[in-house]
Ligand binder design. Structure first.
Ligand code: FAQ
Length: 311
């Protein structure tokens, strides 16, 4: 006899196989995926703002072309992720509305300002670096459309990370003032980058359930550790100091010990109290309102085409 849908679901998860849109899934699994994928999509879209801030002021045509391409890639990532989310039965318009009304979150990191051009490099190096650490395991997530979107996104993120590192390396080979700009930028972005991985496992209400379902493949602390271990030698090669007096190699653990991020800062930023939360959402709302005529025109055109009476 055919196994019941719930048993089929559990068996698929146990085999580490993929759940596809037409498969039966528990409501809570669907809700968790919508929450995580939407948050991820919103992060890509809001994440265009901090770097977009420097497009008109990039120091050369080459740097401007690179930055434009990176920010466009982020729009693309947002769109693949919204599409993956739509396969779960929620529309793009609903997701946008949940972002604009603050009912869904986006990553804390994008609520920090970009005060100098070096921040473009630091975001590529540290923020894309953290995103890669978090997202490579998500290529094996249990929900098919999310995992497949992640494969392409990770390839592009790796490229973004390299461009950030190359930018910082160029500045570190420049003048004393340029080196100071890089260090000052790294000092501001280091701790917020560690917070991108979420609260400590002991304080992460979703991790256990999400890992049992194969949505997340690793805990927040494990990925944070992986990021620190990956980044320390890169910082040495660059010649910058990471602003953590407790950071040191632990021979026994074969990993770096590091200090505790300020978790009260993370929860404040998540609650909307970060330095740029209000500005980011206001900008997004304005862009959405300004784009209303495009949506209306596209809908009118599609309707006309469907009737087959276009000129
Ligand atoms: N910011 O129980 P957990 C990028 C929330 S990369 C804001 O541990 P979970 C690329 C969490 O939603 C950034 N909120 O939650 C780029 C939950 O609240 P809820 C995007 C956070 O889901 C680079 C509550 O706290 N990447 O955009 C944060 O198991 C450069 C409790 O937390 C992703 O979204 C935070 N940092 O684990 C673009 C990756 N941390 O929803 C432009 C996919 C936690 O219950 C430029 N997401 N929260 O009300 C994930 O892997 C997970 O969702 C975690 C959180 C690890 C972020």
């Amino acid at each position: 006899p055919q196994p019941a849908p719930a048993e089929r679901f559990e068996a698929t998860i146990a085999r580490n196989d993929r759940i596809e849109p037409r498969d039966w899934m528990p409501d809570a699994y669907r809700r968790t995926l919508v929450r995580q994928i939407a948050q991820h999509a919103h992060s890509e879209i809001i994440g265009m703002q901090p770097e977009g801030n420097w497009i008109t002021r990039a120091p050369s045509l080459r740097r401007k072309a690179i930055l434009l391409a990176k920010v466009q890639d982020e729009a693309g990532h947002g769109l693949y992720l919204y599409s993956a989310c739509e396969t779960l039965g929620v529309s793009r318009a609903e997701l946008t509305d949940m972002l604009l009304t603050g009912r869904q979150k986006y990553s804390s990191i994008f609520n920090y300002p970009t005060l100098s051009y070096a921040d473009v490099g630091t975001i590529g190096w540290l923020v894309d670096g953290a995103a890669i650490c978090n997202q490579v395991p998500l290529c094996r997530t249990s929900y098919g459309p999310y995992g497949r979107a992640m494969i392409r996104i990770c390839k592009e993120e790796s490229f973004h990370q390299r461009q950030g590192y190359e930018l910082l390396m160029t500045m570190m080979r420049g003048t004393g003032e340029q080196r100071r700009m890089v260090q000052e930028s790294v000092d501001r972005f280091w701790w917020p980058s560690l917070m991108m991985f979420g609260p400590p496992d002991a304080n992460s209400p979703n991790s256990e359930r999400s890992m049992a379902w194969g949505i997340k493949r690793n805990g927040n602390d494990e990925l944070r550790q992986r990021f620190v271990d990956m980044t320390v030698p890169q910082a040495e090669a660059l010649g910058v100091t990471l602003p953590d007096p407790d950071l040191r190699w632990n021979e026994e653990r074969q990993a770096h010990d590091f200090g505790e991020p300020d978790w009260s800062e993370l929860s404040a930023v998540i609650k909307g109290e970060g330095p740029c939360n209000a500005q980011r959402l206001a900008h997004r709302r304005r862009a959405h309102d300004d784009g209303a005529w495009v949506r209306e025109a596209a809908t009118a055109f599609a309707r006309k085409q469907a009737r087959g009476d276009e000129e």
